[in-house]
Design a protein around this ligand. Structure first.
Ligand code: NAP
Ligand code: ZN
Ligand code: ZN
Length: 348
């Protein structure tokens, strides 16, 4: 077994506390990674606090994981000791359903992907995530970190990156398209970078006046402050695609009205409560959909794209000692634009 030092939420009311546990002894297809950095995703907080229901404890959050390969099983071909490697939101899936066969393992139907944490693996054991010193994972669910990327700033690509890259690609964000990104947090700032890099005219919608200048630097052609009255009027009926990256309850009807005929509103944000949609907001033949992370092949494609274009996340390093404060600031939308934990300190 692999002795592991981490942080776990013991229940829905308590933030993660020091927690020692064991990962399985690596099997022939497994990679053992010493974790160096792990991003803090808002989903960590939603799940630790049981905001989506069904949470499993103790919960070691973290699914934006990068580190160094410490050992590999005898059948592993993609990795060798010393390689930089990464793990995102899933560590397994059935590998045979229609979606797994299509390389969209995140949509596995049999019975579903195995989450990196807050899930049970095929043996029924709880999975433990990246707020920890080590992780063991089948090589098929491990990504290669291309050379030249800053490792700490690469961690958030494993969730915030792929979650915005995938829908922007799927719905064809690119030249000649007008794309809206709603909410400038971890996901939103990656959405801005990708939409801009794909060549789309990109508009940011934010509730934070303090983020207007950053929004432009991160790739927005225009920033709309949604706290102002009638903020939506100049853009009515003009968007091809809107990606909503907001973590909390908000009115999505104005965004639906900003779409062109056949325009698509896609949420990746997962507020606790259901959305309320007026029929009048969508009868202009508008589409409303959602998207969840991305498959392993596309996640590798995204990492390679980032290496080619020099794209990483804008991060603020933090430590386990300051985890409570970091989570509090995430909830207050006060992070520019992703916290990253230094997991190396856990091995000292
Ligand atoms: P985050 O860093 O906390 O960013 C959320 C942003 O939402 C904030 O920065 C803020 O942007 C905006 N916001 C917050 N409260 C708001 C409110 N009351 N009204 C309007 N806007 C508000 O969160 P994140 O890590 O990017 O995650 C965003 C959401 O995506 C979370 O719900 C998370 O669980 C979900 N998620 C989904 C997937 C998926 O696969 N679909 C993957 C990862 C995360 P402004 O300050 O600019 O307004
Ligand atoms: Zn996430
Ligand atoms: Zn499957």
């Amino acid at each position: 077994m692999i002795k592991t030092y981490g942080y776990a939420a013991p229940d829905f009311q308590t933030n993660p506390q020091p927690f020692d546990f064991e990962h399985r002894t690596p099997g022939v297809h497994d990679v053992h990674i010493e974790i160096e950095f792990c991003g803090i995703c808002h989903s960590d907080i939603h799940q630790a606090r049981n905001e989506w229901g069904g949470s499993l404890y103790p919960m070691v959050p973290g699914h934006e994981i990068v580190g160094t390969v410490k050992a590999v099983g005898s059948s592993v071909t993609k990795f060798k000791v010393g390689d930089k490697a990464a793990i995102g939101c899933m560590v397994d899936s059935c590998r045979s359903c229609e979606n797994c066969s299509a390389g969209e393992e995140q949509y596995c139907t049999n019975p579903g992907m195995v989450g990196t944490y807050n899930a049970r693996d095929k043996q029924g054991n709880l999975t433990f995530g990246g707020y920890a010193s080590d992780i063991v994972c089948d090589e098929n669910y491990v990504l290669k970190v291309p050379e030249g990327l800053d490792l700490a700033a690469t961690a958030p690509l494993l969730c915030a990156g792929i979650t915005t890259y995938s829908p922007l690609r799927h719905w064809g964000a690119g030249e000649g398209k007008k794309v809206g990104i709603v909410g400038l947090g971890g996901l939103g700032h990656m959405g801005l970078k990708f939409s801009h890099a794909f060549g789309a005219k990109t508009i940011l919608f934010t509730t934070s006046a303090s983020k207007i200048e950053d929004g432009k630097k991160l790739g927005a052609d225009e920033v709309v402050l949604t706290r102002e009255e009638n903020w939506h009027e100049p853009h009515a009926g003009s968007f091809d695609f809107i990606l909503d990256c907001v973590s909390a309850e908000h009115d999505i009807n104005p965004y639906l009205r900003l779409l062109k005929r056949d325009g698509v509103y896609c949420t990746v944000g997962l507020p606790e409560d259901p959305f309320k949609v007026a029929g009048f907001s969508i009868i202009g033949r508008k589409y409303m959909t959602g998207s969840m992370i991305g498959g392993i092949r596309e996640t590798q494609e995204m990492l390679d794209f980032c290496a080619e274009k020099g794209i990483v996340s804008d991060i603020e390093m933090t430590s386990f000692e300051k985890l409570d404060e970091a989570w509090q600031r995430v909830v207050k939308a006060d992070v520019k634009y992703r916290f990253v934990l230094d997991c190396r300190e856990l091995r000292k």
